[in-house]
Design a protein around this ligand. Structure first.
Ligand code: XMP
Length: 322
């Protein structure tokens, strides 16, 4: 494993970090072009602003609509960045991702299918079209550690696994945030002038809602978890929790809908207290909150007859289910 020198959040001077990274990015890219994908998460938003400051128009930013994003996400993110003076181009790649995910149920194979579609197919084409040689991305230290430890193949880790992106995909990857953890990235994001709705946004994984569907990630199953996610995010937004989510299970169960038997879907809710995602504890949500979530999800998301709440810590659980 390449040695990465961690910058502890308490030791981090965000302004100095920003100045250093701007210099570093400019000197690596030189007069060339770089591209990056903005997903709207804290990490990719921070990298977009850093890259924009370092490279201006020599950085092209894309939002890849992979069909696995949260409700109204592309519109909201593209307009938030427009007001920050950053132009983001939308790329519709939904068909490619669902084709790659078809029939796959194994969690690591699902992650791998998303990685390959993203880097080898969608990105390789964008790089060719734009003639960029560099891809800027928001890998953080926790992503690298968990991948190298074999816990979860994070979608954005290559060199630390001995994969040379230049050989594998035809472009180089720059990772300005790789010495930081999530709380450090939030400090940098705030210092970069990103709005609080972004720098304090709960984390969202690269494989997006596919990490929250157990079993095959079909457009229909993703839509169920998308609707449940919107409810969970709305209802839990004032809890101050580190992260919260809905997960669609593969198990079906008998329930009653409109007085009739329904062999329906099951949603699991997870809500985590954590500072850096390395360990986490389930938030002690009040019973009335849990009951309201169950009621809303079973009435508003078609076909769901069961809602559960996770009470297991990480470890042995992980934050995401896939
Ligand atoms: P786990 O599930 O491994 O998650 O306990 C730890 C933190 O990382 C996020 N996560 C990801 N982030 N790419 C990312 O950028 C990924 O592939 C990925 N998988 C998990 C997760 O949401 C949590 O905050």
């Amino acid at each position: 494993m390449l040695q990465i020198k961690e910058i502890k959040t308490n030791d981090l001077d965000p302004q100095r970090f920003i100045e250093e990274k701007i210099k570093e990015i400019s000197s690596i890219v030189g007069k060339g072009l770089a591209i990056n994908a903005l997903s709207g998460g804290v990490d990719s938003s921070t990298v977009t602003m850093l890259g924009h400051r370092a490279l201006g128009n020599s950085l092209k930013t894309y939002f890849i609509q992979n069909g696995l994003m949260r409700k109204s996400e592309p519109e909201n993110i593209i307009s938030a960045f427009k007001s920050l003076g950053v132009k983001v181009e939308l790329v519709d790649a939904q068909k490619k991702f669902f084709k790659a995910l078809k029939g796959i149920t194994d969690p690591e194979k699902k992650r791998e299918a998303i990685t390959q579609t993203f880097y080898r197919d969608v990105f390789a084409k964008l790089v060719k079209k734009s003639k960029a040689r560099y891809l800027l991305q928001g890998t953080i230290l926790t992503d690298v550690e968990e991948t190298v430890a074999g816990i979860k193949r994070q979608h954005n880790v290559f060199e630390q696994l001995g994969i040379d992106p230049n050989k594998a995909f035809g472009y180089k990857i720059i990772e300005p945030l790789v010495q930081l953890r999530k709380d450090g990235v939030r400090k940098v994001a705030c210092a970069l002038g990103l709005p609080e709705s972004i720098y304090n946004r709960i984390p969202f994984p690269g494989p997006a809602l596919a990490a929250r569907v157990i079993g095959e990630a079909t457009p229909q199953r993703i839509e169920i978890v998308r609707q449940a996610t919107a409810i969970v995010e709305e209802e839990l937004k004032d809890t101050g929790a580190f992260q919260y989510m809905a997960i669609l299970h593969q198990d079906r169960m008998t329930g009653i809908l409109n007085g009739k038997r329904q062999f329906g879907f099951q949603i699991e809710i997870r809500c985590w207290d954590s500072t850096d995602a390395r360990t986490a504890k389930p938030t002690k949500l009040s019973y009335p909150i849990l009951e309201r979530l169950a009621k809303k999800i079973t009435t508003e998301v078609k076909g769901v007859v069961s809602v559960t709440y996770n009470i297991t810590s990480k470890p042995p659980s992980t934050i995401e289910a896939v």
